[in-house]
Design a protein around this ligand. Sequence first.
Ligand code: NAD
Length: 335
Amino acid sequence: MTSIAFYHTLPEEQPFAEQWAEEHHVDVTCFPFELTDETLHTVDGFDGISYKQRFRPSNNPDFYRKLHDDYGIRQIALRSAGIDSIDVKAANEHGIRITNVPSYSPSAVAQLALTHILQLLRHVPQYRERNTHQDFAATGLMSRELSELTVGIIGVGRIGSTLARMLHALGVTVLGNDIRERNDLDGIITFTSKDDLLARADVVSMHTYLDETTYHLMDAHRFAQMKPTAIFINASRGPIVDTQALIDALQRHEIAAAGLDVIEGEATLFGQTLKPGEPTGNPAYDTLAAMPNVVITPHIAFFTDIAVRNMAQQSLNDALTIIQGGTSEHEIHLD
Ligand code: NAD
């Protein structure tokens, strides 16, 4: 029977992996740990690999040689859209093909961005803060309504366009900015420059991918262009935002609030359970988390039943296809 090692399994993923295994008559073994140099030997006897992890398994290209030559592995199916957790070039050079799950649920991420927008619009964190002091007054926290808002979406791809449709349905005026033109959103979104979007938007929501062109796309200059009443949302990748510039903008009241699902340096913090009082090791996180006008979730925008099922089962489909000698539309081809 074909066998696949399913690394770094979340308890929520396991039933989906097991269901798929039963339906496809494949042995899927769920390991709780990540694939690393230290755990490499556990792949012995398996035909393929599925993983989703925060770090590359190894920085040593010999890792991929060993996987292929010593253990006969020909593919790794990532359960993420991002491919930063693998050295695709080194893997390919050693005959290992890589697939990802590019679109497991744009709605999941768009809905979390919308959640952050609504919480900040209606001052939920500030009310929670007041409640902890037995203060149940509403003075000073009057909200605006969605129908009055202009939301600017930077990066109108799968997730950005899904959010645009949701916001449009709720009566929001939606501006968009992208480096690519698209004309399937007429009547839903008005495309404009970043300068215009930042100046006009009551909410700015980031949905670009992370690469060298989008690193610190939101910097001090960009934050200074926003309205002092504006809400800033980032559910894409932490390094798209210069975190210190965001902190400065909030402290100088250049913007009003922020909702973050991602933050620079999150890899050693999000997903962990610290002991009470244990330092987070991320001073920028500490500063932001102490602000009553900031909402932070630990990179969980993807974490819905539909997304988790799609990630698990699509990666297993791709693993099996490649093990059986087929091709997958999700294979990563470097130019
Ligand atoms: P996508 O590739 O479909 O869309 C990204 C869009 O950004 C594209 O349309 C692209 O043209 C645009 N873009 C790139 N550079 C730009 C720039 N400089 N200015 C304006 N637009 C630019 O990607 P997607 O699937 O919609 O994902 C968007 C982001 O969400 C990615 O960063 C992804 O890693 C992140 N994400 C986060 C989570 C989470 O759990 N928080 C889950 C999934 C995806």
